[in-house]
Design a protein around this ligand. Structure first.
Ligand SMILES: Cc1cc2nc3c(=O)[nH]c(=O)nc-3n(C[C@H](O)[C@H](O)[C@H](O)COP(=O)(O)OP(=O)(O)OC[C@H]3O[C@@H](n4cnc5c(N)ncnc54)[C@H](O)[C@@H]3O)c2cc1C
Ligand code: FES
Ligand code: FES
Length: 487
């Protein structure tokens, strides 16, 4: 049998060859308009509502297929080559409702039904990947799905019942897939997907995924910024796609460093034991970044290179003292992340240079502390008004090696160097913290915009700096000491 073309992918277990379609076409449009897979709904087209969620399965180096729920409006046809796309039509086992569908019906989780396919996909993704079957975990699996009519209580009840029904399933992997097929939670096409995917050419199995950049110069990671900003331009293009499959882009430890390939996603980081262990709240803090379905696509390099002043990942990495490995076809060089930003959306990158990897220490040195804080209009699933991270050594009651990052208070994400030098060697006490807050004020230049006035952002950063210190050094600084003076 001839090998299918490199653009081929599996759709609900069947090989699809989108050879007359530009790799830059939105998967959502291809599914709904070309394949007439209209169960996948089109809501916001900006990654915000989850109505378009599908499962994306990738063959790992171990021969097992891993499925993640992703928003198909944030995925291009070129992204799914060699992968398995499962839409709502492919989730029903063909003999009545699946247990996930039944739970949503039983708990009154659907009214007009528009959002329902997205919720079913996200809950099924939860069943495929959960490491704990709690109501909280089921709830966080639908954090990227919005419903305008049912109200979330019934959906959370449905999630709780799914979690308790399936508690005790074997670890994620081929055995779990078989167990879920046996219960009718997913159809049999999941079980045979590994061998079908192995027979498809995968553009990134032996290296980087590539398009040739036709009609679209910028390289693409997950596309969660570029698709929102330039989706129409991408439709006819063959962008150069850097996002490889999960097993190829996993972060790894090298000597004293944690190395994140540029296409590592924020959900990869949450799954990476080394990153999750860097500071105690790391997995929780990462949940403040978008939703799970966006974090599955949003890459570390994309967050940095998009150069938004309010990029949360960049704020975290600045305070971790991250270094970039930059590469062109011709060579590589290293650059501290703090030296990358020259001005609003201006970067110290050579033409054609990409972020190959981001390096941080593999662990915080003994006595070193780290904190991340963010204020946004909604606590979850929202971009920041101000975002900041702080790290410092506590040595005999004094600060040393301070790194304080701030986003949303100037044209670029930044390290506040004057404040850091001011704190060097100072006692960890209310007096030095209050004096440092005055230095912060001299280093930032926020502007008023839809997220808040300049003076509000100044106040926010001051309070978030206090929050860092109170969280990390509660025995040395009391909230009352800071609040009385600031009032
Ligand atoms: C609904 C939604 C919610 C969001 N919430 C948040 C949030 O809470 N916090 C936050 O910080 N961001 C948020 N974002 C923004 C976005 O998800 C992140 O900035 C993400 O990390 C971008 O990564 P990407 O791979 O999708 O970038 P892409 O869109 O693929 O690319 C972004 C830029 O980076 C460049 N690029 C990509 N990879 C490389 C590379 N390896 N080397 C050089 N250049 C590269 C591209 O050319 C482009 O200029 C949100 C986005 C959406 C749609
Ligand atoms: S249509 Fe809203 S997330 Fe895709
Ligand atoms: S049931 Fe109508 S939007 Fe959710």
């Amino acid at each position: 049998m001839p090998t299918p073309p490199p653009s081929s992918f599996l759709w609900n277990g069947r090989v699809v060859v989108p050879d007359d379609v530009a790799p830059g076409r939105l998967l959502l449009d291809y599914l709904r308009r070309d394949l007439r897979s209209v169960g996948t709904k089109e809501g916001c087209r900006e990654g915000d509502c989850g109505a378009c969620a599908v499962l994306l399965g990738e063959l790992g180096l171990d021969g097992a297929v891993t499925y993640r729920a992703v928003p198909s409006c944030m995925v291009l046809v070129g992204h799914v080559a060699g992968r398995h796309v499962v839409t709502i039509e492919g989730l029903n086992p063909g003999r009545g409702l699946s247990p996930v569908q039944a739970a949503v019906v039983e708990h009154g989780g659907s009214q007009c039904g528009f959002c329902t396919p997205g919720f079913i996909v996200s809950f099924t993704g939860f069943l495929l990947n959960a490491t704990e079957f709690t109501t909280e975990a089921a709830k966080s699996s639908i954090a990227g799905n919005l419903c305008r009519c049912t109200g979330y209580v019934s959906l959370v009840r449905a999630g709780a019942s799914i979690a308790s029904h399936f508690d005790g399933l074997t670890a994620p992997g081929p055995d779990r897939i078989r167990a879920l097929v046996a219960t009718g939670a997913i159809p049999a096409c999941f079980d045979g997907a590994a061998s079908k995917l192995a027979a498809l050419p995968s553009p990134d199995r032996n290296g980087r995924a590539t398009g040739d950049g036709t009609s679209f110069e910028a390289p693409l990671g997950g596309g969660t910024d570029l698709i929102v900003q330039q989706g129409a331009k991408l439709d006819e293009a063959a962008p150069r796609i850097l996002l490889r499959s999960e097993s190829a882009r996993a972060p790894y430890v090298e000597g004293d460093h944690l190395v994140m390939p540029g296409d590592t996603t924020f959900e990869d980081l949450r799954r990476c034991t080394a990153f999750a262990g860097l500071w105690p709240l790391a997995p929780k803090d990462l949940e403040r970044f978008a939703s799970g379905i966006i974090r599955e696509r949003a890459t570390v390099a994309g967050n940095i290179t998009n150069a938004s002043p309010i990029a949360d990942g960049t704020a975290m990495l600045l305070a971790l003292g991250a270094e970039l490995e930059l590469s062109t076809g011709a060579g590589t060089r290293r650059l501290p992340l703090s030296k990358l930003f020259l001005g609003y959306k201006q970067l110290a990158l050579e033409p054609g240079e990409i972020i190959h990897a981001v390096r941080t220490p593999r662990e915080l040195a003994p006595g070193r502390h780290f904190s991340f804080e963010k204020v946004s209009k909604r606590e979850y699933l929202d971009i920041a008004t101000v975002t900041t991270a702080f790290s410092a050594n506590l040595h005999e009651g004094t600060f040393s090696c301070v790194l304080l990052s701030a986003g949303g208070v100037g044209p670029t994400p930044m390290l506040l160097e004057k404040t850091a030098s001011f704190l060097e060697g100072k006692a960890v006490c209310a007096e030095s913290v209050l004096e440092a807050a005055a230095v912060i004020d001299t280093e930032i230049a926020p502007i008023s915009d839809v997220r808040g006035s300049a003076s509000y952002k100044r106040l926010l950063l001051r309070q978030l700096f206090f929050a860092h210190v109170l969280k990390l050094f509660p025995d040395l600084v009391a909230e009352s000491e800071l609040m009385e003076v600031s009032a």
